[in-house]
Each structure stands twice: as structure tokens, then as C-alpha cells.
Write a protein that binds this ligand. Structure first.
Ligand SMILES: [Zn+2]
Length: 97
């Protein structure tokens, strides 16, 4: 079974920092959009066994890599929040005009 370890890692970081990403919607569709945009920007890391993810995770203890991932996620979250494509979409009205 082929798995992209980066997908699992990005998902974990996304949920860990969800409240700091300032997303206007946290539905499944918006979360997936953020993940898709982010994953398209990082090099995939394919593994053949789910057990090997824990090995990849130890690499992620590297704070610099973690921060880089978070930056990618933050940018993706801001894109999705600007143009949400889900049914829960709220009017973009930030009371600052
Ligand atoms: Zn949504």
C-alpha cells in the first residue's frame, strides 16, 4: 500500500494549529482544500507501510521543517478563507471598510 507520509504529517500539523490559521470555516471541504493546496507545494514522501510513518515523524521533530510546513498551511488557509468553495461560505464582510 502506497502512502504519502507528508499527507499524514501535514494533516497532523493542520489540526494541531487549526485555531491559529484564522480560517473562516472549518468544514471538511475547506480543510481538504487547505491540505490539497499545501500538499501540492511539498515534495511527496511515499512510504509502503503505515508503520514507517512514525519514522518520518521523528524527522518532523525538526522544528525548522515543522515551521516551513506551518507557513505553507497558513498561506493555503488564507487562500481558502478568501475564496471558500463550500456551502457554509460566509459573506466576506470584515466590518473594516
Ligand atoms: Zn467550509
Amino acid at each position: 500500500m502506497l502512502l504519502n507520509a507528508k499527507e499524514t504529517l501535514l494533516k497532523e500539523i493542520l489540526y494541531q494549529y487549526l485555531n491559529q490559521l484564522n480560517m473562516i470555516c472549518h468544514c471538511e471541504k475547506c480543510i481538504e482544500d487547505v491540505l490539497a493546496i499545501s500538499l501540492n507545494q511539498v515534495k511527496p514522501q511515499y512510504i509502503t507501510d503505515i508503520d514507517k510513518i512514525s519514522y518520518s515523524k521523528s524527522e518532523m521533530v525538526d522544528k525548522q521543517k515543522n515551521t516551513a510546513m506551518l507557513v505553507i498551511l497558513t498561506e493555503a488557509a488564507s487562500k481558502v478563507s478568501t475564496f471558500p468553495r463550500c456551502e457554509n461560505r460566509l459573506p466576506i464582510n470584515k466590518d473594516n471598510n
